[in-house]
Ligand binder design. Sequence first.
Ligand SMILES: C[S@@+](CC[C@H](N)C(=O)[O-])C[C@H]1O[C@@H](n2cnc3c(N)ncnc32)[C@H](O)[C@@H]1O
Length: 357
Amino acid sequence: MKPREIVQLGAASTATIGDIVVYRGKAEDVLPTIADDSVDCVLTDPPYYRVLPDDWDRQWPSRGAYLSWLREIAEQWHRVLTVRGSLYVFCSPAMMLPVGSLLSERFNVLNLCRWQKPDARSSSPEDQRRWHEGWEGCIFAEPLSARAHLSTAMDRARGAQTEAVRQYFRSELVRSGLSQAELIRSFGAKVASHYFQRSQFMIPTAERYVQLREVMRAAAPDAEPPILDRSYEEISAEFEEALQIPDVPRRTFQARSGDSSDLWTFSSCREREDRHPAAKPVPLFWHILETSTRPGDLVLDTFAGAAPVGVACVNLGRRAILVEQDPHWHAVGVRRIEAAHALERREMIAVRGPLFE
Ligand SMILES: C[S@@+](CC[C@H](N)C(=O)[O-])C[C@H]1O[C@@H](n2cnc3c(N)ncnc32)[C@H](O)[C@@H]1O
């Protein structure tokens, strides 16, 4: 597949490693520079709002301010995502409902997925008086326009598939020498117009087919072969076959068999020196990207951290635009992507090193 052009900001802080562009900057500044309808999958892990002590998770004076900020970011995700694209947004269990609700202003929420951490531990004293959270949320959605777009595409494709049948009725009408209006008059039922026109085309019932044949043959008794000579069974079988689900391009979703659960169990990243405080494991992103994207697709992560999405994209041959505001995490992410480039995925599985977690 020929890779599409990746949007370039030309900023000095931009690193390009193969098909991965890593911007150092704010999501709200970079997003407006990305072309409309250019991204196949937004897969991102924004600040959760006051879950961690880090400044980047405490930038907003209130929950409302955080949600307003996220709403503006979501508008941009919606603008850059193709109509057949997928959106994955991680969030804390507490924010699953408000974030899901703001996303549903522009997206159909398809799943409230959970990253389950078999190794999760209760971390703070107040957690002792409630269930500890063994999971983080991930909202999976598609643009609101996706369904209408798909059904229009299906209708069009079905129209194309049934065209040969319609052409048969049309050409028999021409051979009969009748105009459509004359035919309807003689036939005595307006429904006959549907047997010839593209919009709302349908074939007659078996009974009406016989009547139609009589009317048309009466108008052209000497036609050779006789008008509507094909059997009703043959025509209706051809029509039924043409109505089968058309092969129109749809949102990618190729879950490996038996692995389409919305519960994703992956161990947390191991402690290490350059571990991001909100680190997510690369295999989690493989799982999502293998299901929802194809090789060569363009993936966007506007809150990249140490770039596990970028590493997964390198492994799977996806292109990516990543954005990270923090110079330290930007540099760590770039280093990990460069290292991933140097390794084949099989080798990475064998290595199971820090790069990977
Ligand atoms: C939850 S962390 C992502 C962690 C990442 N998934 C990982 O495994 O390394 C969110 C990241 O977003 C960055 N960030 C916060 N606000 C940002 C903004 N407005 N634009 C770009 N990055 C931002 C933070 O610096 C932080 O590294």
